[in-house]
Design a protein around this ligand. Structure first.
Ligand code: ZN
Length: 291
């Protein structure tokens, strides 16, 4: 098990595949921020609780992706607690079929109903109903439809997947995003902040996230520029996606097809909103061209 890092009087982080936050509320009660991807990650969290004699008060999820709420069901059942997220993310946590359904835009094929895209259902409530002194909810939507960040009284901001580490970006320049426009707005917002520590779910704890956030923004804008460039010549969506797969060396499988396909569509929405592309349908194909 990775070490538990203390970031303030009441704030701790367990560095894992998905970093897990612990906020010490009153009476040795603890709020857990995200629960990793599975029952195994829930058991790791449980070990930390036991070792420190902490009692689980509730879970807060930054968003509903399976690698952030995969441990919810185990902990909720064991301790009879609820989890909380934004209204929208909470709804998906409770109805996890919506995650692959969003990607597939219909009842998803069985290959997409896997543990990476679909966790066990949670008992998640709207975080507006939660009042814990020392915890503040920050809107960080974009990566997911209603993603939130959690700011603790120690000045530690848990940013979920609002941005990712530069190491991951070097390997995978196209990061999944539901809404690229909001993703960039969120990055711009983060650049205006000055908290004590920033904890992304997949990345390093930093006192200053400016450089990492700037690289996230530049990487996304480069992808946008690349898309505009190759769309100077009209392309069907299928051809566009095929070229993206080749140029960015993306693994060919159904999951990547839908994750990257969805993200490219979110870039198209941004470009369309800015009147930089034109979208038409002919002979049952969607065509896109830069204006
Ligand atoms: Zn995510």
């Amino acid at each position: 098990m990775q070490e538990l890092v203390k970031l303030g009087e009441k704030t701790y982080v367990l560095l894992e595949h998905t970093n897990v936050g612990f906020y010490l509320a009153e009476n040795n009660e603890v709020v857990v921020i995200d629960t990793g991807s599975s029952k195994d990650s829930a058991k790791l969290i449980d070990k930390v609780l036991g070792k420190n004699n902490w009692h689980l008060k509730c879970i807060v999820n930054t968003h509903s992706h399976a690698d952030h709420m995969g441990g919810n069901a185990y902990l909720e059942n064991k301790y009879n607690v609820n989890s909380y997220s934004s209204n929208m993310e909470s709804f998906i946590c409770n109805n996890p079929i919506l995650e692959p359904s969003l990607l597939y835009s219909a009842s998803p094929v069985k290959e997409l109903k896997n543990h990476l895209l679909m966790a066990k259902p949670s008992h998640s409530l709207d975080i507006n109903e939660l009042d814990i002194p020392g915890i503040e909810v920050i809107d960080l939507k974009g990566h997911a439809i209603g993603q939130i960040g959690i700011l603790t009284s120690d000045g530690v901001l848990f940013t979920g997947d609002a941005y990712t580490s530069t190491k991951i970006l070097e390997k995978y320049a196209i990061q999944f995003n539901y809404d690229i426009e909001e993703y960039i707005n969120t990055l711009d917002y983060l650049l205006t902040t000055d908290y004590k520590y920033y904890v992304p779910s997949h990345g390093e704890i930093e006192e200053n996230c400016t450089n990492t956030v700037m690289i996230n923004k530049e990487t996304a804008l480069k992808v946008e520029e690349y898309l505009l460039k190759i769309l100077q010549e009209e392309k069907s969506f299928a051809n566009l996606l095929s070229q993206v797969f080749t140029d960015y060396h993306i693994t060919n499988n159904l999951m990547q097809y839908h994750l990257i396909g969805s993200t490219i569509k979110s870039f198209l929405t941004k470009l369309n909103n800015a009147s930089k592309i034109e979208i038409t349908v002919r002979n049952g194909e969607m065509y896109i061209k830069a204006i």
